[in-house]
Design a protein around this ligand. Structure first.
Ligand SMILES: *Cc1c(COP(=O)(O)O)cnc(C)c1O
Length: 240
């Protein structure tokens, strides 16, 4: 199949291309490229591909499964920063709470309570984002824009957990312009919440934008973009 096999030089080229696009988007938005961090989303991809991305300078990797994150954690250099970007089950929190640099997918008080409890046991502070279903899609996880503030107020009272900002997974669209409204909405929500000056709550991070729309997301204020296919090629599920 075309485009399925990514050899080493493809990955290097892809990363350079994505980094160029990030710089251009920053320029259009009048932002310093240092304000935007690329997360290489490596879910389903084998270690040699991650190692190639690492040699190309990537230090932030995103995974959506606990088991896969912990396996790769054990095999990659220790200066890698691991981002948990997938839906997280409460019974699996204990395996990643001291391994994830940032958990992007917190959308309930119960999950936050579990993270706080397990972080406390391991004497770490867990850094988290609140996942917001900004487009109100029925199939998506995430709190609603309306409920985000009250959820954040509740979570902010828990020990061993620090809210750093917001995350969203925008709809899958052909034209990234269709998602601009949602990126702008998430940014506005973060500005609104920041203005409430809630103790123990940072609103400095906006995690939004994937392969199809990260440039638009940057123009609307993204600080983390999560790019998988654009770096590692198509993913294949269900075959071994
Ligand atoms: C898989 C995934 C991505 C990367 O998607 P691509 O379209 O391959 O760039 C980003 N964010 C989340 C939450 C994901 O699950």
């Amino acid at each position: 199949m075309e485009g399925t096999m990514q050899n080493d030089s493809d990955i290097a080229k892809n990363i350079q291309q994505v980094e160029n696009n990030i710089r251009s988007a920053c320029k259009r938005a009048g932002k310093d490229p240092k304000e935007v961090t690329l997360i290489a989303v490596s879910k389903t991809k084998p270690l040699p591909m991650l190692e190639k991305a690492y040699r190309q300078g990537c230090r932030h990797f995103g995974e959506n499964k606990v088991q896969e994150l912990t396996d790769k954690y054990d095999h990659m250099p220790k200066d890698v920063k691991w981002h948990m970007i997938g839906h997280l089950q409460r019974n699996k929190v204990k395996y990643i709470v001291d391994k994830a640099y940032l958990i992007h997918s917190v959308d309930s008080l119960k999950l936050a309570e579990e993270i706080s409890k397990e972080a406390g046991k391991k004497h770490v502070i867990a850094h988290i984002l609140i996942e917001v279903n900004i487009a109100g899609e029925e199939t998506k996880f995430g709190t609603t824009a309306d409920e985000a503030e009250s959820l954040i107020r509740e979570i902010s009272l828990l020990p061993s957990i620090q809210i750093e900002g917001l995350m969203t997974i925008a709809p899958y669209v052909e034209n990234p312009e269709s998602n601009r409204q949602y990126f702008a909405k998430l940014r506005q929500l973060s500005v609104d919440i920041k203005s409430k000056n809630i103790d123990n709550v940072n609103m400095s991070v906006l995690s939004m934008g994937m392969t199809g729309d990260y440039e638009t997301a940057i123009e609307e204020g993204a600080s983390y973009v999560r790019v998988g296919t654009g770096i590692f090629g198509e993913r294949h599920y269900g075959t071994v």
